[in-house]
Design a protein around this ligand. Structure first.
Ligand SMILES: Nc1ncnc2c1ncn2[C@@H]1O[C@H](COP(=O)(O)OP(=O)(O)OP(=O)(O)O)[C@@H](O)[C@H]1O
Ligand SMILES: [Mg+2]
Length: 338
């Protein structure tokens, strides 16, 4: 695929190559700690078209947030992107100067709702000031215009605009999370990364926030990367799903493919652990064992120590990603040829 394929032709509806918005290629992000190198993201590749919602799922510590931080170039020390390319609208954003990335891409083009975001609001400023600040800094709006826009944004996320003069401590957890979402939407970016946007919220607020994200995608054509360990949340909203295990994507495909026809034993295990209300009542299963220490991951397939289908090759060589059906990829020796 050549770089010219990425030109924005403005086409909508049917999928075409030119709609590719984000392409992550062979991304490696490691943390250089005193106790060793944590290979948090190790050779991760995926792409996202304009308007698509990608769900990124996997157990705690598998590298979901680190993938997100890499895309928005905010990997905290001692972490570092050591390899790979991230093309956004056809340009490798890892090769941009930090100044160019900060002024042209972060928040304007790619924004992020951080994990535990509701605690990130500054307690001494009114929420209106915090939203308006983003607009004054990036859009050169006057304070008055920024306040006007901040009111609109609060309305969009379902908060009464009269709350603009509230301090964070005067809001509920769900409201604070929605303020953070308002800030992420302030500049109407084509890509929003939502890292566990509903964790620690009750199910009603969780549903409201999921509906908000759905509306955003429908009305603005925003692409979303939704990160969560909860596969049932992803099922509600995502067209595509990537399953991560120990720093690697092990399965990637359209939601129907992943939910109705999973290939990887890890994906099958994750799906078997979701309670179902409808359909046959089946016993909930869980995958025995724990994810590996990423300072010293197992050789070959990283999942092999927990896999009931493992055979010799699995502990010796890393399985390649193979396409098992159209745009459905799996990294498992059960499906790859040596
Ligand atoms: N600042 C850091 N220093 C050292 N290691 C880190 C740091 N941040 C993350 N890691 C390690 O990188 C790996 C991936 O962490 P990450 O936060 O990306 O996982 P995650 O999939 O988002 O997990 P969770 O579902 O719990 O949020 C983990 O092994 C973690 O211990
Ligand atoms: Mg995380």
């Amino acid at each position: 695929m050549s770089r010219s394929d990425y030109q924005d032709t403005g086409c909508t509806g049917v999928l075409c190559v030119s709609e590719v918005l984000l392409e992550v290629r062979n991304l490696c992000t490691y943390f250089y700690t005193v106790k060793g190198i944590v290979r948090a993201v190790d050779d991760v590749s995926f792409s996202l078209r304009r308007g698509e919602v990608l769900g990124l799922a996997g157990e705690s510590g598998c590298g979901k947030s680190t993938t997100a931080y890499s895309i928005i170039r905010l990997v905290p020390p001692p972490g570092r992107i050591v390899k790979g390319e991230i093309f956004f609208e056809g340009r490798d954003i890892l090769r941009m100067s930090s100044e160019e990335f900060r002024t042209k891409i972060r928040w304007k083009k790619i924004s992020m709702i951080f994990q535990g975001a509701m605690n990130a609001l500054n307690p001494v400023y009114k929420i209106g000031d915090q939203i308006a600040e983003v607009l004054v800094l990036h859009e050169n709006l006057t304070k008055r215009e920024a306040y006007e826009k901040a009111r609109e944004l609060l309305k969009t996320v379902g908060i009464d605009p009269s709350r603009i003069n509230s301090y964070p401590h005067e809001l509920s957890g769900g409201m604070k999370q929605r303020v953070m979402i308002a800030m992420a939407l302030a500049l109407n970016p084509p890509l929003v990364i939502a890292d566990e946007p509903t964790t620690a919220l009750d199910v009603v607020v969780q549903a409201q926030i999921m509906n908000l994200l759905k509306r955003l995608q429908r009305e603005h054509g925003t692409s979303i990367i939704l990160i969560t360990h909860d596969l049932s949340l992803i099922a509600e909203i995502a067209n595509k799903v990537a399953i991560m295990y120990a720093g690697k994507i092990v399965e990637l495909g359209y939601s129907e493919q992943i939910y109705y026809n999973p290939y990887h034993p890890y994906t099958k295990g994750l799906l078997a652990s979701i309670p179902r209300i409808r359909g046959e009542i089946s016993k909930l299963e869980w995958i025995p064992g724990v994810p590996p220490d990423l300072r010293n991951p197992p050789p070959g397939c990283r999942f092999h120590p927990r896999c009931k289908y493992r055979f010799d090759l699995c502990s010796r060589e890393e399985p390649p990603m193979v396409e098992v059906e159209r745009e459905h990829y799996v990294a498992c020796w059960l499906y790859a040829k040596k």
